[in-house]
Design a protein around this ligand. Sequence first.
Ligand code: SF4
Length: 530
Amino acid sequence: MNALLVYPEFPETFWSFRHALKFLGKRAAQPPLGLMTVAALLPVAWKKRLVDTNVERLRDRDLKWADVVFVSGMHIQRESLVEIVERCRARGLRTVVGGPIASSVPAAELKADHVVIGEAESLIGDLSRALEAGTARPEYQAAERPEMASSPLPDLSLIKMRRYSTMTVQYSRGCPFNCEFCDIIEIYGRRPRTKAVAQVLAELDQLLAAGWRETVFIVDDNFIGNKARAKELLRAMAEWREETGARFDFITEASLNLADDVELMQLMKDAGFRSVFLGVETPDESGLIASNKLQNTRRSLLESVATIQSYGLQVMGGFILGFDTDKEDIFDRMVEFIQKSGIPIAMVGLLQAMPGTQLFRRLRREDRIVDAGGGNNTFCDRLNFLPRMDSAKLIEGYRDVMKRIYNCEAYYERVKLYLNRAHPKPAKRAAGERAKKLATPPFLTRDNMRALANSIVRQGVLGRHQWSYWKFLASAATKYRRCFGTAMTLAVMGYHFQVMTRKLSKAMDKATKAAKAENELLATTDGSAR
Ligand code: SF4
């Protein structure tokens, strides 16, 4: 059996990092880890190929080769996913769709022959036997959430590694918290399930053996969902780095209560963690309480962020506008908070009610759902529900927040604030033994040398904000020499956000004009009908 695994294309969003990746000569941020894991679960005798349409074209000859096509993705990849399935079906090819999208979109809308709902580990054996026998059912639903011990080493041989800026490892699934808008806990549950330390180290060994030397993203729902186990892993990772000499940088996703555990933050630093994505959501405590984000309440959010940054961890923050509790001052409060936080990469989005979430169910009861949404909350000009605030004001306020925080000067100010906290001058740093030296970011890696050259041309020579850029470059080269690589990586990332903010603004203008024209047309039609 020839199995073709296809990963649909992501639309251009703030999350795609597309404009920054060009500087690095990369085509996508991360490889399709889910499909690489599925490939490892399929029968050994099957031949496998993987096409990630984010980094290469899906060719007719790939389809001609295949007996069955597996497509997996998230809600946001829906358009590309359905196109791929339709293209396969037009050629009479059998299709199987799985991944998070299968849990949030009705099976009939995915148009595949077979839809797999839930995690693959527990049902892929049955499915592949049935595919071979020609008896596969239209729908497979995992009876339970499998333990991570059953998750195999992902098949790294199927991807073109150099086309990605980071490699990925998954250590755990699930999160113990209960945020109302979250679809992760609906899909993966609230009991964190973790891999054994040996499994994770085997994945790191595999990456090292394949020649990977850059960043590794631990793509967990919440890396610290089980703090005791996370600490056990971190100790082993620090030893592994020491033994192998591997200078991997790690990034991950966690919850803000990381700030409460000094030991955990120190262990992350020692293991080589450089960055962590946290859902901050809103500076308004009533919004946090109403959305059940209780772990962010009863604390100073700004202090928590600063504490985490002081362990050398760059905080990337998720922020949401559109909670029922938001008042008109929320936009100014959001900008003020983000500027004071020293969070350079602030992912601000409009609240989306994802199908399957507690939020979606509540809004449906309140008759406020407009549609299922597109799964994209950081580059969107519409809401999929009726907000409490006037929606035009909310969308306009969102655009204003983005423009203000990604204004060049404002962005570089945040970068400098973060660098001061995370990389204090050497005199203030403790002297270090080898593990601590490994935890110091390299001055410039090969990839960010290339990014620097591109950045100077695109931002310093051809860019719109040359003065701000050169001023920042001058301070990066003098005041922040000790972390010059990090400073320039952030300058490049800022370029992506500036381009995307301009695009968002244009898309919103277009949408506003179209809505205005539609209203005028309706008014004219109404008038002539009367
Ligand atoms: S902390 Fe994050 S992953 Fe956990 S429930 Fe809240 S939004 Fe979901």
